[in-house]
Design a protein around this ligand. Structure first.
Ligand SMILES: [Zn+2]
Length: 335
């Protein structure tokens, strides 16, 4: 499926407002071994927000924590919340509740929900995964949830079909409700590049599963491992670019071509491994160098999961406290 298919999709809107890709927002710097304060700034730069979300070492395989990104055009911010429908709780610390400056058109408030590693839910707690997507369906109208992004490690063991069925049951609650979503394979979701079209990931989440989804734009090589979706709210046009764990150079070049073919879209880049305990991992650095950096301004948000045990304080020194504390951080970044 290619661009043409998307263009006739229901999300194509005749008159987009001119996007404002050139930002005069502050430039937020992140060091290699720690971060600078969130408020440290250099004027005239572009901003890319990089956000790690990973809760898998919390009780019950993650306790159902997810992220809610609420886009507020009237104040040009994205408010990030960390919520568990399973616990019916929010986290309110600085790594869990914060806002990002983000230029938006129109006035309609809308939300995007991010599902970090669900591997242990698919394996051991399918009811928590079901609970997450049920909450999304039930809150779709109230929060105007327009898209859901999965960050990979959908399952714990790629060879266990039951885990895939469990994940599909949960994601089907979105499909059946017509809520657009994207997926990508994490390292637990496949065994090797050569098996892409033989993988269970392909069978369960390949492009054929999105044939009736006008928002699904296509994938590199047709296997769904690297794919893109689109959605729009008023004059805000979004491209969600989902890249597999450790994407090949060819996949990253494909990603670049998709970004460049859609200059009127804000890009949210989702991938499995990107940030580690002290900034970008080697894989993340390669994605940054090949794709993000050269498209900063159009790529404004990078989302990732994968790593356990990161703990950070905004404005403080990053620390690595393996397992017990909080497994989320964000790196306000960088150019
Ligand atoms: Zn992983």
């Amino acid at each position: 499926m290619g661009l043409k298919r998307y263009l006739v999709g229901v999300y194509a809107v005749a008159a987009w407002r001119k996007q404002r890709f050139i930002f005069l927002a502050v430039l937020l710097l992140v060091g290699v071994v720690g971060f600078a304060s969130f408020s440290q700034s250099v004027s005239g730069g572009l901003t890319v927000y990089q956000m790690l979300s990973d809760f898998q070492d919390q009780p019950n395989g993650g306790n159902g924590w997810l992220r809610i990104l609420t886009f507020k055009p009237n104040s040009d911010v994205v408010e990030v919340e960390t919520f568990s429908p399973f616990l019916n709780q929010f986290q309110d610390d600085a790594n869990s509740k914060f806002s990002l400056n983000y230029e938006l058109n129109g006035s309609q408030v809308f939300s995007v929900v991010v599902l970090p590693d669900t591997q242990y839910y698919s394996a051991y707690h399918p009811e928590i995964f079901m609970n997450q997507t049920r909450w999304i369906v039930e809150n779709r109208v109230e929060r105007n949830i327009v898209f859901v992004i999965h960050l990979g490690d959908i399952v714990d063991n790629f060879a266990d079909s039951t885990q895939w069925y469990n994940s599909k049951d949960a994601m089907n609650q979105l499909s059946y409700s017509g809520i657009p979503f994207s997926v990508l394979p994490g390292n637990h979701d496949f065994v090797g590049w050569e098996e892409n079209k033989l993988s269970r990931y392909f069978l369960v989440y390949g492009p054929q599963e999105f044939l009736n989804s006008a928002y699904y734009g296509g994938s590199f090589g047709g296997d769904g491992f690297n794919n893109f979706c689109k959605f729009a709210v008023e004059g805000n046009r979004f491209l969600v670019l989902s890249l597999q764990f450790n994407p090949s150079q060819a996949a990253l070049e494909w990603a670049n071509s998709v970004i460049e073919a859609n200059p009127d879209c804000n890009v949210v880049l989702a991938t499995h491994e990107y940030l580690g305990s002290s900034g970008r991992s080697a894989i993340g650095e390669r994605i940054w160098k090949t794709t993000v950096e050269s498209h900063a301004g159009q790529v404004q948000i990078v989302l990732c999961g994968h790593f356990n045990g990161e703990n950070s304080k905004v404005g403080g020194i990053i620390s690595y406290n393996s397992r017990e504390v909080l497994r989320i951080d964000r790196l306000p970044i960088d150019l």
